[in-house]
Ligand binder design. Structure first.
Ligand SMILES: [Zn+2]
Length: 258
């Protein structure tokens, strides 16, 4: 299970398109053998339903296979990694093979096969977006735009999963995967998750423009205001409050311009 996925990779996998004009066909002996040697059942129609999608990777990713491990077709542009939990085997295959031979659970015809693949790509991209935004919405006072983007990504993931009213545990696992058991005792995170989904507008947020990076505090500088005479404003002045982010934020929000 990938835990860290870079933004760069996210953009690449967005380009994967599933051919919707694929016709189902009888598997060749090579395909049948590939499936059966890695499945529990030795009946092809049962064995092919033991598999599920676990990842999609492009040719720049580590572990990419140029050839489809089901049919041996070369020059794949993307690998769908399929996993069989009964045998703990994984195969890197092309999208066409999954659809043509119905090799993943729930793929019974071309329409259901391509829907499963498209949903998988969409869910994965939205999950990457959601997890990229997670740290920005889990702060004391997030930006309204981040809340909005996060909510949209979460909604898409839940739609694909068919979850209408997620429980806190479900939200936690979607957002944090294996780390959920760790972070569920955090002071902020578990209390923020449900409002993020149900009512992001109730979260106190910054609605102004984002604070440019160069306004981040540096010790010894003023709070981003016009430089004052250094003699009147010593390094130590206001030290007790200088790193309180919420103080800074309130000032930004109150419309005071630098
Ligand atoms: Zn293939």
């Amino acid at each position: 299970m990938p835990t860290v996925i870079s933004k760069q990779k996210k953009i690449r996998t967005r380009k994967i398109r599933i051919d919707s004009n694929i016709i189902l066909s009888e598997p060749s002996p090579f395909v049948t053998r590939s499936v059966l040697t890695n499945s529990l059942s030795q009946v092809f129609d049962e064995a092919r339903q033991e598999w599920s999608l676990s990842d999609v990777i492009d040719s720049t990713s580590e572990g990419f296979s140029d050839n489809c491990e089901l049919c041996n077709t070369p020059h794949l542009s993307a690998n769908f990694v399929i996993h069989n939990p009964l045998t703990e085997r994984s195969l890197r295959v092309g999208s066409r093979c999954i659809i043509r031979f119905g090799v993943v659970k729930g793929s019974v015809d071309a329409a259901s096969g391509s829907l499963i693949l498209n949903n998988f790509i969409s869910e994965r991209n939205n999950l990457i977006e959601l997890r990229t935004l997670l740290s920005s919405v889990m702060i004391f006072r997030p930006h309204a735009q981040d809340l909005h983007d996060f909510h949209n990504a979460l909604k898409k993931v839940l739609d694909i999963k068919g979850i209408k009213e997620p429980a806190l545990e479900q939200l936690g696992e979607i957002c944090y995967e294996d780390r959920w058991s760790e972070v569920k005792n955090d002071r902020l995170i578990p209390h923020r998750l449900m409002p993020l989904w149900k009512n992001p507008g109730s979260i106190d947020a910054i609605r102004s423009k984002r604070i440019p990076k160069d306004e981040v505090f540096v010790e010894g500088k003023t709070l981003g205001y016009k430089k004052r005479k250094s003699s009147a404003y010593g390094v130590g002045a206001g030290r007790s409050n200088i790193y309180k982010v919420e103080r800074h934020v309130e000032r930004k929000d109150s419309g005071i311009k630098d």
